[in-house]
Design a protein around this ligand. Structure first.
Ligand code: ATP
Length: 238
C-alpha cells in the first residue's frame, strides 16, 4: 500500500531522515521503534505532507504522494493522529468528530458519515457519554480516543499513529492498543509509532528500528522481539 524509497527530509538546513526505505502492505500493523529524537515523528509528518521530502519517493498504491499538500494526502486516504492529540478544546466531542469527516462532502456521504460516527461511538463508549461536552474537559485518555475517532471519521486507508499511549495510565494503554488491533481486524492498515516497544511489538505484524534518522533494522515482530540489540536498547529487562 505504501512504499517509501531512499527518503531524505530536513528541518531547514538540518538533515533528519537519511535514506529511509520501508513498505507497508494492506492489512498490516507496522511499528516504528526508536529513541527520543530518532526521527519517528518526522517520518510520519513527511508521509502526511506536513514536511516536504528533500529527496526520495513516497508512493501510495503506486502513485507518488511525496510533496503533496496535507489535505490532498488526507483525501487520498492517509490520516495522522499526531503526538499530543491536537483536538479542538472549545469544540464538543461531536463537533471534533464531524471535523474529521470534513473532506467527505456530497450527498451520498451523509449516511456513511453517520454510520462511521456510530461506529466510533461503539468503539469508544466514553465518547458517547461525553458527546456534547467541550473536548478540553476530557481526560487524557478520552482525548486520545477522540483523536483516533476523529481520524477514523476521515475513512482513511492508512492510519498513522504517533505515540497513542503517551502519558496514559497502564489500563488505558491497553484499551487504546486493543482498539488499534480491532481497527486493524476491520481492515485498516496502520503505521504505529510507540515509545512502548514491547506493547507495540505485541500488536504489530512487522517493525522497523530507526536510529538518528536511519532505518537500521527491520523484521517481523517475533524476529525483533528476539533480536539481542532490540532487547537491549528498547525492551529492557524481561
Ligand atoms: P520523540 O519520541 O521525542 O518525538 P522522534 O523519534 O519522533 O522522537 P522527531 O520528533 O522526529 O523524533 O525529531 C527528530 C529530530 O528532529 C530531533 O533531533 C528533533 O530535535 C528535530 N526536530 C523535530 N522537529 C523539529 C522542528 N520543527 N524544527 C527543527 N528540528 C526539529
Amino acid at each position: 500500500m505504501l512504499s517509501i524509497q531512499n527518503l531524505h527530509a530536513q528541518y531547514g538546513p538540518i538533515p533528519i531522515l537519511k535514506n529511509c526505505s520501508l513498505h507497508i502492505e494492506r492489512g498490516e500493523i507496522v511499528t516504528l521503534i526508536g529513541a527520543n529524537g530518532a526521527g519517528k515523528s518526522t517520518l510520519l509528518s513527511t508521509i502526511s505532507g506536513l514536511l516536504r521530502p528533500s529527496s526520495g519517493s513516497i508512493q501510495l498504491e503506486g502513485s507518488e504522494i511525496g510533496g503533496l499538500s496535507p489535505s490532498k494526502i488526507v483525501s487520498l486516504g492517509i490520516c495522522q493522529v499526531p503526538e499530543g492529540r491536537e483536538i479542538f478544546s472549545p469544540l464538543t466531542v461531536k463537533e471534533n468528530l464531524e471535523l474529521g469527516a470534513f473532506l467527505r462532502r456530497g450527498k451520498d456521504q451523509k449516511k456513511k458519515v453517520q454510520e462511521d460516527m456510530d461506529y466510533v461511538l461503539q468503539l469508544f463508549p466514553r465518547l458517547k457519554e461525553r458527546f456534547t461536552q467541550p473536548a478540553g474537559t476530557l481526560s487524557g485518555g478520552e482525548q486520545q480516543m477522540l483523536a483516533i475517532g476523529r481520524a477514523i471519521m476521515a475513512r482513511p486507508k492508512l492510519l498513522l499513529l504517533d505515540e497513542p499511549s503517551l502519558g496514559l495510565a497502564p489500563k488505558l494503554v491497553n484499551v487504546i492498543l486493543e482498539t488499534i488491533k480491532e481497527l486493524n481486524k476491520e481492515g485498516l492498515t496502520i503505521l504505529l509509532v510507540e515509545q512502548n516497544a514491547r506493547k507495540a511489538l505485541e500488536i504489530a505484524h512487522r517493525g522497523y528500528v530507526i536510529e538518528t534518522g536511519r532505518i537500521v533494522l527491520q523484521g517481523t515482530s517475533s524476529e525483533l522481539k528476539e533480536d539481542p540489540e532490540v532487547k537491549r536498547a528498547y525492551l529492557g529487562k524481561d
